[in-house]
Design a protein around this ligand. Structure first.
Ligand code: HEC
Length: 149
């Protein structure tokens, strides 16, 4: 009797851990997709002239990016390191092999967003500031994101 209770508890704990891993993985992908919307759906189309400059939309996009920079560090815990993910892009094992460098990339991304926040007042200043953010995305992806095979 006692034993079967323990077995059930162990199974439930196991399921709980897997659900928690999946939850954090879902959050990391949702966060990156929000980054994609802020850049590819709002800021880049303004720079290209496909959408009119809109300060409120710029501010909302920058707020989303700042929130993303603040949350990102917690969304790649050791517990998800060996989980096989199914999205098109997945985290590189380098995140866990070289955590300090990954964290430094997050800090640089955060700094680029913070700097842009104080500077963007019109289309010209958006044009000047956006590449700094784009570079921070790209330089992290270069090292720490891989195409799923
Ligand atoms: C510090 C590292 C880092 C920064 C900075 C970063 N990303 Fe990512 N990005 C990743 C990793 C790792 C993945 C793959 C795993 C995931 O989606 O959680 C990813 C995946 C993505 C994806 C694919 C999402 C999916 O579900 O497959 C998009 C889109 C994306 N990033 C956009 C951006 C944009 C836009 C920025 C900048 C505004 C950005 N990212 C900044 C590390 C980063």
């Amino acid at each position: 009797m006692k034993r079967s209770v323990l077995v059930v508890a162990a199974i439930l704990l196991g399921i709980g851990a897997v659900a928690a891993q999946q939850d954090v993985i879902d959050q990391s992908h949702a966060l990156m997709k929000a980054n994609g919307r802020a850049m590819g759906g709002t800021l880049t189309p303004m720079v290209r002239g496909d959408k009119p400059f809109d300060q409120a939309a710029v501010d909302a996009a920058l707020a989303a990016l700042a929130e993303s920079a603040a949350k990102m560090g917690a969304l790649y815990p050791d517990s998800v390191k060996s989980v096989k993910q199914t999205a098109d892009y997945v985290p590189s094992p380098k995140i866990w092999e070289n955590r300090a460098d990954f964290d430094a990339h997050i800090a640089r991304f955060n700094a680029a967003v913070t700097e842009a926040k104080g500077k963007i007042k019109d289309l010209d200043s958006l044009k000047a500031a956006l590449p700094g953010i784009g570079k921070a995305c790209a330089s992290c992806h270069e090292t720490f994101r891989v195409k799923n095979s």
